[in-house]
Design a protein. Structure first.
Length: 460
């Protein structure tokens, strides 16, 4: 077999392949054997029909077609390997010559990963937020914990902000009660902004046993998006009572004996969270700067497929789970379809560039993924997808996606290498020393840039 590679553009090549006819022998034998099993000829046992009889009865052309179809993938793969090409997607194959007993010639056009030059990235500098935990942050954290331990007690007065009400709801559209528009015994906190627009204004000032009506656009159900007249019966009013902020509360809500110890622990946890956010911010900004350093040509078909995949995941999974269609989503977002398409294209381009550049860095820096790193990544992905580790691992193996997971871990490690080489300063001008275990956050940043973060949430 002889092959040659012609570069059509930085992301597409044409392979020209010539195969001597003797190299088709195995495929010809397989073709005769396959046809033998499919046809019957009087006077011959099934599977024992001579090749000359098959040629006479069914035509040599049918055999050649079967043989070529069988052989093409093998010779194409050999040509790709010979040319040391990193191909993307399926090729467009054209048989240019087929001479029985002499020669098979074909061309194959296919997209390839572009060759990239990664410049010195050690000069990257980014600024991130300083880690600072204020007294206000601590008070807010403790207050949130206090809210979780609130109790309620019935009161004989009109409902007001913060009260917990028990409600019966009935929604009508065009004067007809909806089949799915009736709910009994719903618990609702006044002022929470949940359930329906306008409900807070309707129930304030209503006592137990009272009724109010209001109009609201339905957020889900059979009449989603339509204006409905909603009747709400208040069957009970309860006031929320917060525990006193003292040592007794600390003992109730935590393993600490005093409120001061609880606050100190809150401060410590808030600092850890802010450090994690700071590391994520550093990696996001370093990645943005790295993308600016490298010119990346993108195959048109790959970009088109990526855009379609992102749209499909959004419309059929994320929006579908929320009971929304694309038109309603765009209305809520205040975007036109043109703006949405432009944003999706921009995100798709960023995702492809991120993968190409980081994959090149993986090769350049000779980064390897250990079994332990792969297992830890698999556990995190399983948690994100809502599946058990065993279920997720089985799905990955059956779907042949182990190399994909290895690539995700490797790209996270590549980004961590760049972040380590970059200069990261906080808003106070101080150099930030990031933790050694930044590979995990780097994987998350890479997943978001590539668009796999959203995709994995649809797997479950």
């Amino acid at each position: 077999m002889k092959s040659a590679v012609e570069t059509l553009n930085p992301t597409r090549v044409r392979l020209t392949v010539e195969v001597p006819f003797e190299e088709l022998k195995d495929s010809l034998d397989a073709a005769y054997k396959k046809i033998n099993q499919q046809v019957t000829v009087k006077g011959f046992r099934k599977g024992k029909i001579p090749a000359r009889v098959i040629d006479q009865r069914f035509g040599r052309g049918a055999v050649l077609e079967e043989a070529v179809n069988d052989a093409l993938p093998k010779f194409y793969t050999e040509a790709v390997n010979e040319g040391e090409l990193n191909v993307l997607g399926q090729p467009e194959v054209d048989i240019t010559e087929l001479k029985d007993g002499e020669l098979l010639a074909f061309t194959a056009e296919v997209d390839i990963r572009p060759a990239l030059e990664i410049p010195d990235y050690s000069g990257i500098e980014v600024e991130v937020d300083a880690v600072a935990v204020s007294d206000e942050d601590i008070e807010k954290s403790v207050e949130q914990l206090r809210e979780r331990f609130a109790s309620t007690s019935p009161v004989e007065r009109a409902a007001q902000d913060g009260d917990v009400l028990t409600l019966d709801l009935e929604a009508k559209v065009d004067g007809e009660v909806l089949e799915d528009g009736v709910a009994k015994g719903v618990s609702y906190t006044v002022g929470s902004g949940e359930l329906l627009d306008g409900i807070d204004e309707a129930v304030k000032g209503v006592e137990a046993g009272g009724t109010a009506t209001f109009t609201s656009e339905l957020k889900g159900g059979s009449a989603q998006g339509k204006e409905a007249e909603v009747k709400v019966d208040v069957t009970a009013v309860a006031a929320r009572e917060l525990p006193e902020l003292d040592d007794d509360f600390a003992q109730l809500a935590s393993e600490f004996d005093t409120l001061d110890e609880l606050k100190a622990d809150s401060a410590k946890r808030l600092e850890q969270m802010k450090k994690y956010d700071q590391a994520t911010q550093a990696q996001e900004k370093v990645l943005e700067e790295l993308l600016k350093l490298v010119e990346v040509p993108i195959p048109e078909k790959l970009l088109e497929d990526e855009i379609n995949t992102r749209k499909h995941n959004l419309v059929n999974h994320q929006l579908g789970q929320m009971g929304l269609d694309l038109a309603k989503y765009l209305e809520i977002q205040g975007k036109s379809e043109e703006e949405f398409d432009a944003e999706t294209k921009e995100q798709a381009e960023k995702g492809i560039k991120t993968q190409f550049i980081l994959d090149e860095l993986v090769n350049k820096e000779k980064l390897n993924v250990s079994q332990e790193e792969l297992t830890e990544h698999l556990m995190r992905r399983a948690q994100s997808s809502g599946m058990s580790p065993d279920q997720f691992a089985q799905a990955v193996v059956e779907g042949g996606q182990v190399p994909m997971l290895v690539g995700e871990v490797a790209r996270g490690k590549a980004l961590a290498v760049v972040v380590e080489a970059a200069t990261v300063k906080d808003s106070n001008g101080e150099v930030v020393e990031l933790d050694d275990d930044e590979d995990e956050t780097a994987e998350t940043v890479v997943a978001e840039a590539e668009g796999t973060e959203a995709a994995e949430k649809t797997e479950s």
